[in-house]
Design a protein around this ligand. Structure first.
Ligand SMILES: *[C@@H]1O[C@H](CO)[C@@H](O)[C@H](O)[C@H]1NC(C)=O
Ligand SMILES: *[C@@H]1O[C@H](CO)[C@@H](O)[C@H](O)[C@H]1NC(C)=O
Ligand SMILES: *[C@@H]1O[C@H](CO)[C@@H](O)[C@H](O)[C@H]1NC(C)=O
Ligand SMILES: *[C@@H]1O[C@H](CO)[C@@H](O)[C@H](O)[C@H]1NC(C)=O
Ligand SMILES: *[C@@H]1O[C@H](CO)[C@@H](O)[C@H](O)[C@H]1NC(C)=O
Ligand SMILES: *[C@@H]1O[C@H](CO)[C@@H](O)[C@H](O)[C@H]1NC(C)=O
Length: 217
């Protein structure tokens, strides 16, 4: 017979599980509410400051890789992306990213691509670092999760990370909104356990209107 304290904990856990299963928690994907499929677990987690997203990661010092799971809320008619900018801080341009999308049947795919500019070609491949195995993604309870193991560029634990979310129009990746959260979605992250991180304040990513027809960099 469980003591009453344990019973109420169990009830809270059950309530959280039901919320997650029904998708009601989709807008609060964060560290305390995270769960992953069997076989996936991560050492560290950060609730990112904008776009309701979270990043989970495990750094392997012996070979300089990091297992990453990026989770970002989205409707079924949207995309999310996570990546590392090897070229500059506080910018989408120069980032190697993994973009998760889905088709009308709910089949989720990941596009690894390098963002050459604020109007990138979205050509598959050409990443500025190596990945181990194939990136994967899933969509569940109103959020995408992207899984990728990266060889941290320059074997440095400190990287300029980026994330983003935007709409699919006729199934195609379309520009993200230009509202403040979409312009603040960069973070200098130290993948070492307990490592440092700095989020961008007001990055210089405000772009001319004419670029809005393209995926923003
Ligand atoms: C994280 O999610 C939990 C459960 O949904 C919620 O209670 C909490 O406020 C969230 N925290 C943040 C920082 O969003
Ligand atoms: C890196 O090290 C981790 C931990 O030992 C291991 O699981 C993983 O397979 C290694 N990755 C590569 C590419 O060697
Ligand atoms: C990366 O650096 C770690 C120590 O910081 C070292 O053990 C590892 O061999 C390096 N990996 C590569 C691929 O250079
Ligand atoms: C990727 O790995 C290959 C083989 O180890 C290496 O030659 C290449 O320089 C790596 N690429 C990058 C961008 O680090
Ligand atoms: C963390 O980063 C900030 C901003 O770059 C810096 O001021 C601070 O000293 C760093 N803290 C540690 C423990 O490295
Ligand atoms: C923004 O641009 C200005 C002028 O080019 C520059 O001085 C400043 O350092 C930049 N800020 C960031 C966060 O890149």
């Amino acid at each position: 017979m469980a003591r009453s304290g344990h019973s109420s904990s169990a009830w809270l856990l059950l309530a959280a599980a039901v919320l997650f299963a029904t998708g009601a928690a989709a807008q609060t994907t964060n560290c305390s509410s995270a769960s992953f499929p069997a076989g996936r677990s991560f050492h560290s987690c950060i609730s990112l400051p904008v776009l309701g997203a979270s990043i989970y990661y495990t750094y392997h010092a012996e070979n300089g890789t990091a297992d990453v799971a990026f989770r970002g809320p989205s409707g079924t008619n949207g995309w999310v992306a996570w990546g590392i900018n090897t070229e500059q801080a506080n910018s989408m341009s120069g980032s190697s990213v993994f973009i998760a999308t889905q088709n009308g049947n709910g089949v989720v795919t990941v596009l690894p691509t390098f963002l050459e500019s604020t109007a990138p070609s979205l050509t598959p491949g050409n990443l500025r670092f190596n990945v181990s195995g194939a990136p994967a993604a899933e969509y569940s309870a109103g959020a995408y999760t992207i899984y990728v193991t990266v060889a941290l560029p320059g074997n440095s634990t400190v990287q300029n990370t980026v994330w983003q979310a935007g709409p699919l129009v006729n199934g195609q990746i379309s520009p993200h909104p230009m509202s403040a959260p979409n312009l603040q979605s960069t973070m200098r992250l130290d993948f070492l356990p307990g490592g440092n991180r700095t989020t961008a304040g007001a990055p210089n990513s405000t772009l001319p209107r004419r670029n809005l027809r393209e995926f923003q960099g």
